[in-house]
Design a protein around this ligand. Structure first.
Ligand code: FAD
Ligand code: DLZ
Ligand code: SF4
Length: 517
């Protein structure tokens, strides 16, 4: 074959400096972009997530064409569309008489396995290149992890600060400390009025995609009514600049706060744009650092934000590839309760959960503390089956790709990985949610009551969780105090907690099958 080199670009690889294009010239390259049923439905993604990706793909194809590239674009409604990456790549190789295929490694294990298969299936040379948009190459992560007993994010983060030079003063962290979290504990103060996010009204391309999605995926979870995600690089840059100017200064202070109806607070809401390649994570961190260096944002906010990206995001990605494929089946706490229906319907008297599901349905977004300490905490305490919980998170968030979703769910939230990722489970009773949110005041349950029908279910569930996992968790240094309290309680008190939570757990309706897969 003597034709051009074929470069498939996937829906989360929408970056002009993607590694698969780095050594290519437009006159000898055909870029292949594929909207395929396999990707839209391997889980039944939130409508807004599908709309975001298809619209961003179509806009990116235009951006590439304007830059002089030839793009072969397969639309979802193309009658010849086979519905799979593998078949579309094979068809395109033939169509263009391609002499080679060059692709950037995918973000998901599932797709990587399929891609490895192309080596034997395709009659030509295949190059799979590292994804250089991540700051820590995978071999470096594996080297960091090798021989360590504990793979803690905080140590990895310090290496990343040294490597990038972000917030460094020579070889010392600026301000004399690596981590300013102690200053980042603001609760939901009355009258907190965060500035809104910039709105991006759908253009003709997005409107066409929204029509397609609302017809073809009408049974999928979620609403399209409030769809406002940036779908082009220019829009993502506007969203970035608005965050840096309006919300970054208070990002740290209110990072852990939750306010009913305030769905974004001071968070960036940039994860979808970062994950699909519209924003470069390192560039974003450098801009955040400049906000501090030029006196427009305090150090605790900027350090907290940079830690989320060069620390958590990179660490999570490394852990995904280190722990796969076992992570997908991990169930270290033997949790087997089916996912309750309210995760899809939002129909629960628990106000915190109802509001988080509502935000998720409206925007395909909930912020970190909602995901971790409300939706995730409930899943942990109630002992929900990790694979059903992971499917739910993969479906419902616009930023959800397995490389970032799964370690957060199986590791950080559910402790299904037996503590490879987090030094203890983030289990909390209603008191934590009450302290960090304004949910409890108007809840049907009473956060101060510990047991009985009127009591906040998180309270008894907390002890139920510790009691049923005593053998597995009581040796954890960081859980020594709660276990000591549990053991000091009278037999009657302990029985009351267990009975109260058993009675509550019996009221949970399992979700109908078919929401996720
Ligand atoms: P901000 O709070 O403003 O944080 C800034 C950035 O830091 C984010 O945009 C993101 O890129 C990064 N970040 C922060 N925390 C994490 C983290 N724990 N892991 C990776 N990156 C992080 N994030 C995803 O991008 N995709 C997911 O599928 C995803 N699933 C999650 C599931 C659970 C159970 C939990 C607890 C967290 C999950 N996260 C996920 C991490 C985090 O909640 C989101 O990145 C964040 O809420 C995105 O909103 P934001 O841009 O406003 O983030
Ligand atoms: C998530 C997604 C969806 C919904 N649709 C497509 C698509 O039609 N075409 C495509 O190239 N990518 C899509 N994606 C993103 C892919 O699922 C993602 O690139 C892989 O999971 C690898 O991480
Ligand atoms: Fe949630 Fe309990 Fe507070 Fe109700 S009382 S909002 S269930 S934490």
């Amino acid at each position: 074959m003597t034709g051009p080199v074929l470069v498939p670009i996937l829906g989360d690889q929408l970056s002009p400096d993607i590694s698969s294009l780095a050594d290519r010239k437009p006159d000898d390259t055909v870029i292949l972009m594929m909207e395929v049923a396999e990707e839209t439905t391997y889980v039944r993604h939130h409508k807004a997530k599908i709309a975001l990706i298809l619209s961003a793909m179509r806009h990116f194809a235009e951006e590439l064409r304007e830059a002089g590239w030839t793009v072969d674009y397969i639309r979802l409604d193309d009658p010849d569309n086979t519905g799979s990456f593998t078949c579309e790549v094979a068809r395109a190789v033939e169509r263009h008489n391609a002499r080679g295929v060059q692709v950037t490694e995918p973000g998901e294990w599932r797709v990587r396995q399929a891609m490895e298969q192309w080596r034997s299936d395709l009659p030509i040379r295949l190059r799979i290149l590292p994804d250089t948009r991540f700051i820590c190459p995978l071999p470096d992560f594996y080297e960091w992890a090798t021989g360590r007993k504990e793979l803690r994010m905080e140590w990895f983060y310090r290496e990343m600060r040294r490597k990038t030079g972000l917030l460094m003063d020579g070889d010392k962290p600026v301000g004399g400390r690596w981590n300013f979290d102690a200053e980042n504990r603001g609760g939901p103060e009355a009258g907190l009025e965060p500035p809104g996010l910039p709105a991006f009204p759908p253009d003709a391309t997005t409107r066409e995609v929204l029509d397609l999605v609302s017809t073809r995926f009408d049974k999928h979870f979620g609403s399209l009514e409030k769809f406002a995600w940036p779908v082009t690089r220019a829009e993502a840059e506007k969203a970035r600049d608005a965050f840096l100017k309006d919300r970054l200064p208070l990002f740290g202070k209110y990072q852990d706060a939750m306010v009913a109806g305030q769905d974004f607070l001071f968070h960036a809401a940039l994860s979808p744009a970062i994950n699909i390649g519209l924003l470069d994570p390192l560039d974003l961190c450098r801009r955040a650092e400049t906000e501090w260096r030029e006196g427009r944002a305090p150090l605790e906010a900027v350090e907290g934000f940079i830690r989320q990206i060069i620390g958590w995001r990179e660490y999570i990605r490394g852990m995904y590839w280190l722990e796969m494929p076992g992570l997908a089946d991990a169930n270290g706490l033997d949790a087997n309760r089916p996912l309750p229906d309210f995760y899809w319907t939002g129909q629960t008297k628990m106000r915190c959960l109802a509001d988080c599901v509502r935000a998720t349905r409206d925007h395909a977004y909930a912020h970190h503390i909602q995901r971790l300490m409300v939706l995730g905490n409930f899943a942990l305490l109630a002992g929900l089956k990790p694979q059903e919980v992971a499917d739910w998170y993969l479906v419902v968030y616009a930023d959800a790709f397995e490389w970032v979703e799964l370690p957060n769910v199986a590791g950080m939230v559910l402790h299904a990985d037996k503590g490879r990722l987090a030094s203890k489970p983030y289990a909390a009773s209603g008191a934590y949610i009450d302290r960090m949110s304004d949910y409890c005041g108007k809840c049907a349950y009473d956060v101060k009551k510990k047991t009985g029908e009127a009591a906040c279910p998180f309270n008894a569930l907390y002890w139920h969780f510790l009691a049923r996992n005593e053998k597995k968790l009581s040796g954890y240094h960081r859980l020594a105090q709660p276990y000591a309290t549990w053991r000091r309680m009278s037999e009657d008190k302990r029985a009351e907690y267990l009975e109260s939570s058993e009675a509550f757990l019996k009221t949970l309706e399992p979700a109908e099958p078919g929401w996720a897969r």
